[in-house]
Structures are given as C-alpha cells and as structure tokens.
Write a protein that binds this ligand. Sequence first.
Ligand SMILES: Cc1cc2nc3c(=O)[nH]c(=O)nc-3n(C[C@H](O)[C@H](O)[C@H](O)COP(=O)(O)O)c2cc1C
Ligand SMILES: [Mn+2]
Length: 474
Amino acid sequence: MSGFPFHSLREFIAYLDSQGRLVRNSVEVDLRGEVAAISRKIGLTDGPAVLHESVKGYPGWQLFTDGLTTRERQAWALGVEPGEIGGRVSRFLADGHKVKPRIVDDGPCKEIKLLGHDVDLIRLPVAYTGEFDVPPFISAGISNAKDPETGWQNTAVRRFQLKGRQLLNHLLLPFQQEGMIFQKWRKLGKPMPLSIVVGTDPLYYLASQLPAPPQVDEQDYWGALTGEPLEVVRSETNDILVPATAEIVIEGEVDLEERRLEGPYSEFTGYYSGVRYFPVIRVKAVTMRRDCIYQNIYNAQEPAEGGNIGYLMTEIELHRQVKAIIPELRAIRILSCWGLVLAVSIDKQAVRQKAGIVKKLFMAIKSAPASQFVKTVIVVDDDIDLRNVQHILWAMGTKFQGSKDITVIDGAPGCILDPSEPWIQRGVGYTSITLLDCTEKPPPYDEPYRRGLSIPPLDAIRRVDERWRDYGFA
Ligand SMILES: Cc1cc2nc3c(=O)[nH]c(=O)nc-3n(C[C@H](O)[C@H](O)[C@H](O)COP(=O)(O)O)c2cc1C
Ligand SMILES: [Mn+2]
C-alpha cells in the first residue's frame, strides 16, 4: 500500500487500514452523540481512525473521523517521521517555495450534481457534538473564498451550522483572512461566493491550518509539500478551485446583509459558545462522489482531532514569526486551548547576558500575527523539555516567584471564544495577557542553581542503563 502523498481521503483510509490504524465499524452509529463520544474517546486514548459503515437514518452513507488525531498519522500525511514534523514544515516555510494547483476538467467530486432546489443539506449525515449543539454543524468543512481584487484564493477549516435545506450559518471572524476577504465583497456590494469541501486527503486539512500570509493560497502549500501540483476542478457555480477527488463540495454565496443566530457550539475550550449573529450562506449547489464518505472532526475539549491539527501548524508558524525577531527563541508549544496557555523556551545563556530579553520575547509573541489566541505565556530555559508538562511545572516550581516574575498587560487582543474573557471591563475581543517568567534567576541570585542538580553520578547512571536487564528489569 503506497503512502505519502495521498491523493484522496479514500487512499488515506486504505493506507491507515494497511498500517492497522483504522477501525471499520459495522455497528450502526447514531449521529446524536454516539459519533462524537467515540471521537472523544479516541482523542483521550490516542486511538485509531474510524470508518463508520452504518449510520442510523442515513442508508448508504459512511462516516470517517480521526484521521489526524495522533502525531503518527499527521507524520504519515506529511511524509515524515513523527519527530521530524516541526523541522520539516519549518524548513519548507522558510524556503518559501510554492506549487500552484493544476486545473483538470472533471473529477470524482462531480460524479453526483445537485443544483438549485434539488439541494437538500438535511440529507447529509451531519453529526452532533455536544448535547445542545442544535442544529448540528458541518465540522470538517474547508472553506474556499476568493479576493475580488487580486484573485487570491484562501483555504481554511470553518464550522457551518445547518440552518435549512439550502442555508448554512458561518462563523466568519473578522480577524481571519476570510473575514478580511468578505469586507472586500461588501465594498463591491456583491455576495461572496464560497466553496466548502468536506472529505479530502489529509494534507489538505493540515495545509489549511498553516497560517499563510495574506495573498498566499494554502493550496500552493499542498503542492510545495508534496512536490506535485494539487489536482483541482472549478466549482459549478463560481470560479473557486476545489480538489478533484473531494467527497463533497458545497457551493454558495455569503449574504451581505442577513445575519442569523449561530451557536451554541461545543468549542475547543470545552464550553459551549455563546449564541451570536453571524452571516448566512445561501447554498446553490452540492456535488459529491458516488458512495460518498462524510468526514467529521471532533473539535470540543482537548485532546481532540480539531485542536491536534490546528496546534501543530500554529506552533510551527508562530515559531517562524517570533524567531525572526528573537533568534534566541528555542521552542514553542501550545499547552492548552489553541494558545490560551503557551509554553516557550529560550536560550539560557541569552537570559543571563541580555537584560530584559524574556520581556522582549513576550512582547514579540503577542505582536506576531499567529498569536491571536495567546493569553498566558510560560517562559522557561532551553534545558526544559516542552513536550513534558511535568518538566515545565518543575521549572515553575523552582524558578518562579509570583511577586517578581508575573507581568500582566490588560486590554490586549483576545479571543471571543475564551469563556473567561473580561468583556465586562472593556468590551468584546479584549483580554489580559500574562507572562510567567520561569527562567533561572541571573547572578547574583543563582547560587542555589550553581550548586547543581542533585542526581547520582553520571557514570553510575550510565552503568545502570547498560546493566538494566542484568538486574532483572524488563
Ligand atoms: C476543526 C476546526 C474548526 C475550525 N473552525 C473555525 C471557524 O469556524 N471559524 C474560524 O475562523 N476558524 C476556524 N478554525 C481555525 C482556522 O481554520 C485556522 O485558524 C486557519 O489557519 C485560518 O486560516 P486563514 O487565516 O486563512 O483564515 C477551525 C479549525 C479547525 C481545525
Ligand atoms: Mn489563509
């Protein structure tokens, strides 16, 4: 079974099967809760992907989830070893090389075409997440929109709430690139065409999460990462390009005026979103593959597939942006909620030699475009392993004093989805950002550290490693 690059969701599913990381579930599942509860458990246990072969009330449909929940499967999608993901993607971003998609005349995504009044979104097996997400959301939809001034096409995952047979609600956030593109359509006074893709090869999902600069099409990243152009077809009712092998393409227009109440939704914070007015999409066409596979992404409280996809790419891009200003930056890891808690490591020598560098790093992080959700930043020395939460907490335990090492800036850009956001004080969209400086104190306050770590002699540690089995340990 051939691996990377995968050219469709089906190729990826076959590969997962060949590697023993796919469950083919033939037990009938219920969209009201059961599908989500299975994904929740897969996230908690680092479990396999699953293809549900029988969906209650939706004969003929199959439903796929959790293709990218684990680092191992993300590495397969990127064609690297799990430990190499960060380095490979960073090198690729630094290189700046891009490969435009290749337009083909027809593709499997157009095997079935439903236009105008024949469109009925209620016939799609859209799964519920939380008990109160009513009506449910298409959660694995990759939204594609075009800048009317330059022709740039933007690609990113968004959630879409089902509002009728031909109507969707759209969480169109103004700071995201699609929100910026929407403002241009408003100026023109024309509804914004949109093509939403559900069910593609896994790299398309990962590439959509790379926070590309404005005017850069995430589809070109697909080509650069694989070394071959992505095969795309034109949508039926607009000129947006979509992957030829996609399972489903939903085409429509975002209304300039109409707003509907969006939510409640099971947010990545683990809480329900508020219910707010957001634009609606009038759906004009749906095209599909035969024997269609519907894809769903669980994106509620972590660990979950949604966060696992997004965190990886955000860490890599934020690292690139901050490193350009602070070369002493070492590693970045999202500890919780898309960056509401972030851990960062810095060159230990630099902290001793360059006065104020930890504060400078904190300011650089919040100034970077990819830091929208960053709220609390824990800075540690580079001898702390960011993949090990216990190690980070040890640094906090031994290097941090609340009276001296906390910096708070109020009224910074926040994330309206954060349930703790102090909106009563200032208004929606603001937050307090906090630095917790957990680096070693500089001389002359470093005396306890200079006494050294208390561990057995290194030669004893080495000898024990060598003789471990001889002692009788497994
Ligand atoms: C499962 C999932 C759901 C998401 N839902 C939304 C959403 O509804 N609205 C949104 O603005 N971003 C959402 N995102 C995040 C964006 O896809 C991500 O920030 C992307 O990089 C934005 O790209 P852009 O800058 O090109 O708009 C979601 C991500 C995932 C993985
Ligand atoms: Mn973008």
